[in-house]
Design a protein around this ligand. Sequence first.
Ligand code: NDP
Ligand code: DGY
Length: 308
Amino acid sequence: VASSFPFSCSVQLWDSEEPVPRSELLAGVAGKDGLLCLLSDRIDKEVLDAAGPSLKVISTLSVGYDHLAIDEIKKRGIRVGYTPDILTDATAELTVALLLATSRRLPESVEEAKNGGWTTWKPLWMCGYGLSGSTVGIIGLGRIGQAVACRLKPFGVKKFLYTGHHPKPEAAVELKAEFVPLDKLAEESDFVIVTCSLMPDTQGMCNREFFSKMKKTSVFINTSRGAVVNQDDLYEALVDGQIAAAGLDVTTPEPLPTDNPLLSLKNCVILPHIGSATYSTRNTMSVLAANNLLAGLKGENMPSELKL
Ligand code: NDP
Ligand code: DGY
């Protein structure tokens, strides 16, 4: 976006749902005042250098901002808009759906009903794990983590555990959630749900050591970012029966190549990053991202500005 005053904008649009090719992005961003990007666009030093000193605002159509080189952005005094809160409900709902699909083996069961594997009612066939009386561990009790916990509570969860940088007494009190070290969360949870942001200290956090501490009957769910998980270690844990099952809405890379070994496992349910994918949420996100950009260009307060 290039802007001028009194306020008007000329917009250069990549008019496709496919990601903008890197070369087009580098050429197109040159001399622009603002940039509206998706989580699939890596906004690094190269892009910022290509944009040059005119770039004042970056607005991302996401709450996650791990695709933005925040240090470089900060150095240049560029403001950043993002889309928190409005996608919390949709993402929490999807997290619960993924948890139930994984723990009650829904994709596998649907397949059996179609392929003739359903021969008769058998006492232990297609059994999974239920939430009632369970302990649920949440890695990152932020906006989405809290919304997931609130939705799971009525299923009869006995206890919530959570990790993070510091306890969140206001959020935890209603859930009676206990702040614990990561090891304890791994050891005691029947369901582990990852809803933290991707940061240097969460990258690869769920690795062999972590999975080795989990119960053999436990279910692992990730709706944050793929890079929080070491996928080779997860594959081993699933194949060796170290954990019972995993449900992932996010992977590394995205899309996950169709020959990735995780896709061959019956106890791994993989979704194509659809956490916030309801029509109304995506519409609201789009309007917010546009309003963030416009406010930033006008030098006004953004509806949702990331504190850098
Ligand atoms: P919040 O900032 O509200 O929550 C992030 C949480 O991560 C905070 O509670 C923070 O805890 C926690 N966290 C950070 N570092 C660690 C750590 N080392 N260990 C444990 N917890 C940690 O963000 P949202 O809830 O709005 O979103 C969370 C993430 O979900 C986004 O960053 C995005 O990556 C992902 N997301 C995925 C979607 C999807 O489609 N699958 C949709 C929307 C979001 P503390 O405050 O203690 O640092
Ligand atoms: C985000 O907003 O970070 C999600 O991954 C997509 O909505």
